[in-house]
Write a protein that binds this ligand. Structure first.
Ligand SMILES: [Zn+2]
Length: 324
């Protein structure tokens, strides 16, 4: 090897700003909930705070970059905010593509590991096996570390660009919350967002074409998984929020929530500017007007048979959350 190559390698390495093992913990608010529980609304209300950075769900669907628009209105390909995020993550020597950044804890080249990584949160024995498989065995350890680093660098970049000190991750999934907590990279506060299971069941049927039973089970199982994680967090770091209460009194619920996060509460305005958030995700990113209305279509849409089925599977838990 010539000395010239050595110099080139050294100067290339000097450009990379690697993440050390000891890194400042990022203040992170994680919204944990089933789908259709009002997390997009909550994300916009939180994102209105000048100290909050967010992009909604930190995961990517299959997007056609030729047509997909960021919430700022630009094509995702042309959005200067995302270009800057990309540059900052790349400056850490990490891979980042706006098409699908490696922020999900997945291992597509190793199917068994991938299945274990994505599985729902379960009991202690399974979680012990999962930890050994993902974080200790050499085959998956490096992959896990890379996803860990990409997540950290991405959130770090978004916080720097927005100038806010708190990151809100509205990915919702319990398993992702577990993975993020395992990294030790975040100072986490959890918002456990709950909506009447009958409303969520109806939304799943209407929007995802789920059958009644599957839709009910999704609501029930997701909350069970979230509850399993509760013991990992100090009670002062866990906030249970009902969507219906948020809709009924947005200002007082958000004031409580900002205090829980450790932020000065702000007055909500009826006109939220969604363009500045650069949110990806569902249609609401382009359509949200700041208008808050409770969706209670389930009261007329669900059949008596569907309501009976709901009662059998999930009625008890729904009542525990205060729904009569
Ligand atoms: Zn944008």
């Amino acid at each position: 090897m010539s000395s010239t190559t050595g110099v080139e390698i050294q100067s290339a390495a000097a450009k990379i700003d690697p993440l050390g093992e000891v890194r400042p913990r990022i203040p992170l608010v994680y919204i944990a909930s089933p789908s259709f529980s009002g997390s997009t609304l909550l994300t916009f209300l939180l994102g209105a705070h000048p100290r909050v950075s967010t992009m909604g769900e930190l995961r990517w669907a299959d997007m056609d970059l030729a047509t997909y628009r960021c919430s700022c209105g630009d094509l995702l390909n042309d959005c200067s905010y995302w270009k800057q995020v990309e540059q900052r993550v790349a400056a850490r020597g990490l891979p980042f593509s706006v098409k699908r950044p490696q922020t999900t804890f997945r291992f597509r080249s190793a199917p068994l590991t991938d299945r274990v990584a994505r599985s729902g949160v379960r009991g202690r024995v399974f979680e012990l096996v999962r930890d050994v498989l993902l974080r200790i065995l050499p085959a998956s350890r490096n992959g896990w570390r890379m996803v860990r680093d990409v997540n950290y660098a991405t959130m770090e970049a978004m916080i720097a660009l927005r100038g806010g000190g708190v990151f809100v991750d509205a990915s919702k999934e319990p398993t992702r919350l577990k993975h993020l907590a395992d990294t030790g990279d975040y100072d986490i506060r959890v918002v456990h967002l709950i909506r009447d299971g009958r409303g969520v069941t109806n939304s799943g049927i209407q929007n995802k074409r789920l059958d009644v039973r599957t839709s009910i089970r999704e609501w029930y199982e997701t909350h069970r998984q979230i509850e399993r994680l509760r013991g990992r967090f100090d009670a002062a770091r866990w906030f249970q929020l009902r969507y219906e209460d948020l809709c009924a009194a947005p200002q007082s619920r958000m004031t409580e929530l900002f205090q829980f996060i450790g932020l000065e509460p702000i007055a909500l305005t009826s006109e939220l500017d969604v363009t500045k958030f650069h949110v990806l995700g569902n249609r609401m990113r382009l359509e949200f007007s700041g208008h808050i209305a409770l969706d209670e279509k389930w009261r007329t849409a669900l059949s008596p048979a569907a309501l009976d089925e709901f009662e059998r599977v999930a009625g008890g838990l729904n009542r525990e959350y205060g729904y009569a």
